[in-house]
Ligand binder design. Structure first.
Ligand code: PLP
Length: 417
């Protein structure tokens, strides 16, 4: 090993930070811990037999192509399936030039950051926001500006204030990052009024919108909202999508949709990252979709998660202590709900007490670019079993009640490292 490795790392690498979530998740892996911490799909929903059959068919029929390098832009057959998917979902008319197939949406976040962010560039994010998005923007040196959400999504009055403040300083954010449907982490969906206002503000201040949309198809109740990309229709929005939550994450397959000029730049950025998304996985998923199986799987996933969401909400209603300021979101879809603890409670302290009681969650501060949100936590309901959802909520409720009692007594709270 060379003498001073740390000095050899680039400024970029030096500023990279470990993900708080990934570190905390290590603590939740003991088998006795019921974890609401991860964001994993339920493996019961994976169409293993169908994938096995299709994989064999793809290899037999198209093996030479499927095992070869492929165009950076993506498999034309998969693109055709995605064009049809967006047409059905949102009435969006895309051409193949508007699509880049990515190694799931995390790569989309990285590539978008790579082509837009110079160190110090402002980027607007929600308070809270998906932690992997924050990590990608941070790695390219973004100056992240947080805008709070309420039950209808990002607060447009606050967004306008930030945009105005930046304009007065002669600055313009590179983009506004939003997860408008069943947001990770808060489970909140942006109302149509907010969507329209967001687009109008983006136009007025001449800023791009980055719409990250892994969960839109997973709606369990209520009316679907039109995507920002469809509402805009004028190239102001970049959309990131993924098969991770609607199908399975193991193939690492997603796609970006945008104006052709942006896609072309993303293609160049991707070439130096990985040349192309694997032809093999693209061929399998294209075949899967062309057999009409995608919707079948999505319906199955929805029925599983709908039930689990109901169960978690019912368990929270039944077991959570009645404390002023303790509340949680009732997401209409997605994988997560968001708990707000009484103001004086610190989710970080609670986390270690919860681990001792064999239940885990993710602390909300990890999703806040400014370190706020210390009295919030994210709960996942897609991965734990139904029995674990009920038992885990009981344990969590007990931990919160005991923590509150301790605080009231003024007793010292034991914080394990
Ligand atoms: C909002 C959001 N964006 C992107 C991702 C990354 O997903 P993937 O890379 O598996 O598509 C996730 C994963 O949980 C997410 O919640």
């Amino acid at each position: 090993m060379i003498s001073d490795l740390q000095q050899v790392f680039s400024a970029n690498a030096k500023s990279m930070q470990k993900s708080v979530i990934r570190e905390l998740l290590k603590l939740t892996r003991r088998p006795e811990v019921i974890s609401f911490a991860g964001g994993l799909p339920d493996p019961a929903a994976f169409p293993v037999d169908q994938v096995a059959e299709i994989t064999a068919d793809v290899l037999r029929r198209d093996g030479a192509l499927a095992l070869q390098y492929s165009p950076t832009e993506g498999d034309p057959r998969l693109k055709e399936e995605l064009i049809a998917h967006h047409e059905r979902e949102d009435g969006i008319h895309l051409s193949p030039e508007n699509i880049l197939i990515t190694v799931a949406s995390q790569q989309g976040l990285d590539l978008v950051s790579k082509i837009f962010i110079d160190p110090g560039d402002p980027v607007i994010v929600g308070l809270p926001s998906y932690v992997g998005g924050l990590g990608a923007f941070r790695n390219y040196g973004a100056d992240m500006i947080g805008v709070s959400l309420d039950d209808s999504g990002m607060r447009m009055d606050l967004l306008e204030r930030e945009l105005e403040r930046l304009r007065e300083r002669g600055k313009k954010p590179k983009f506004i990052y939003v997860v408008p449907d069943f947001q990770n982490p808060a489970g909140i969906t942006m109302s149509e009024e907010r969507r329209l206002r967001l687009i109008s503000l983006a136009r007025r201040y001449d800023v791009l919108i980055l719409e990250d949309s892994p969960y839109k198809e997973l709606r369990y109740e209520g009316e679907p909202q039109t995507s920002l990309f469809a509402l805009d229709g004028a190239g102001q929005v970049i959309g990131l999508h993924t098969f991770s939550k609607i199908l399975f994450p193991g193939m690492r397959l997603g796609w970006a949709i945008a104006d052709e000029a942006i896609i072309q730049k993303l293609v160049i950025a991707k070439q130096s990252t990985d040349l192309c998304t694997p032809a093999f996985t693209q061929a399998i998923v294209a075949e899967f979709a062309s057999r009409g199986l995608l919707n079948e799987v999505i319906e199955n996933v929805k029925s599983i998660y709908r039930e689990k969401r109901e169960l978690m909400l019912a368990a929270l209603d039944e077991h959570m202590p009645d404390l002023p300021g303790l509340s949680w979101t009732r997401p209409e879809g997605g994988l997560f709900l968001w708990v707000r603890l009484p103001e004086h409670m610190d989710a970080d302290e609670l986390f270690y007490e919860a681990i001792e009681q064999n239940v885990a969650f993710v602390i909300g501060a990890a999703f806040h670019c400014d370190g706020s949100g210390t009295n919030t936590m994210r709960l996942n309901f897609s991965f734990p079993t139904k029995d674990d959802i009920v038992e885990g909520v009981k344990r969590l409720a007990r931990v919160i009640a005991e923590h509150d009692a301790k605080l009231k007594e003024g007793a010292d709270v034991v914080i394990s490292p």
